[in-house]
Design a protein around this ligand. Structure first.
Ligand SMILES: NC(=O)c1ccc[n+]([C@@H]2O[C@H](COP(=O)([O-])OP(=O)(O)OC[C@H]3O[C@@H](n4cnc5c(N)ncnc54)[C@H](OP(=O)(O)O)[C@@H]3O)[C@@H](O)[C@H]2O)c1
Length: 259
């Protein structure tokens, strides 16, 4: 029997790369994303895995229920809860439905899925969970306020859940990437910001660091040395200073003006 992994947000970016590593390491996969997943599933099958792709909006409880139903009777060895997205811009001008979709995807859908899978893993006494948080969780996100706040929730939740599940045989690892070259900034409409135009990390490198940390049962992994320095400094810098720094990186139009 090949082990079985669920990877959410696997249609592109970090999630796709995590799924590809799982496939190469011998896992069969259930992958999910809210847009088309057929091409990603086909590419992953070429790595030798049996892959089921599910197009589902994980911001809804119904979407998470559909994902759990697709799991069927299979025992989940690895859960990678990675689906998430941002929303750049001036908070008071944002459409509340879009704001809510960020919170419902990054927070509610993630927590719902993790709870359901963690219950099963604890019952069988083993399992590995990797949740994609972000170094954004350390920094008040001026012009990306709701996203950064959602990742502060996710980062904190991971550490707490890990402590609760100590001695159950189930490990929880928080992957905290910095700016990474994926579709994230386009989807968040942040391509005209400094961070949107900056040089970013390779999603394959980020995924490899996350996967290895999960397999070793580590608490967290901040990908890349620059991000490690940034998070270390952030933990001793006043929140107001961090918020002003974030303004420079995420202010709409600032990228164009400086390039
Ligand atoms: N890129 C960065 O700089 C960065 C930094 C730190 C943390 N992260 C986190 O890394 C994770 C992956 O993002 P990425 O950078 O790889 O961006 P990406 O290429 O845009 O991938 C995001 C994935 O999440 C899926 N997704 C988003 N909302 C969903 C929903 N409601 N239901 C189901 N699937 C949904 C997307 O599916 P569709 O494509 O089908 O919409 C896609 O597969 C996210 O949690 C993000 O917050 C990213």
């Amino acid at each position: 029997m090949r082990p079985f992994a669920i990877v959410t947000g696997a249609s592109s970016g970090i999630g796709y790369e995590l799924a590809a590593i799982c496939a190469r390491e011998g896992y069969d996969l259930l992958i999910a994303a809210d847009r088309e997943v057929t091409s990603a599933a086909n590419l992953l099958r070429a790595e030798g895995a049996a892959v089921e792709g599910l197009q589902v909006d994980l911001s809804t409880l119904d979407g998470v229920a559909r994902l759990m139903a697709a799991t069927g009777a299979r025992s989940v060895d690895v859960l990678i809860a990675n689906a998430g997205h941002g929303l750049g811009g001036y908070f008071i001008e944002q459409d509340f439905d879009e704001v809510r979709h960020v919170i419902d995807t990054n927070v509610t859908g993630t927590v719902d899925l993790v709870q359901q899978v963690a219950r099963q893993m604890v019952a069988k006494g083993e399992g590995r969970i990797l949740i994609t948080g972000s170094i954004a969780g350390y920094i008040p996100g001026t012009f990306h306020a709701v996203y950064n706040a959602s990742k502060a929730f996710v980062d904190s939740f991971c550490f707490a859940l890990r402590a609760e599940l100590k001695d159950t045989g189930v490990t929880v690892t928080c992957l905290m990437p910095g700016a990474t070259e994926t579709e994230f900034f386009e989807r968040a409409r942040m391509l005209d910001t400094k961070v949107g135009q900056s040089e970013k990390d390779d999603p394959a490198d980020v995924a490899r660091e996350g996967y290895d940390a999960m397999m070793k049962g580590h608490a967290d992994i901040v990908s890349g040395w620059r991000n490690k320095v940034q998070t270390t400094l952030a933990s001793v810098t006043p929140a107001g200073v961090l918020a002003e720094r974030h303004r420079r990186m995420a202010e709409p139009g600032a990228g164009k003006a400086s390039s």
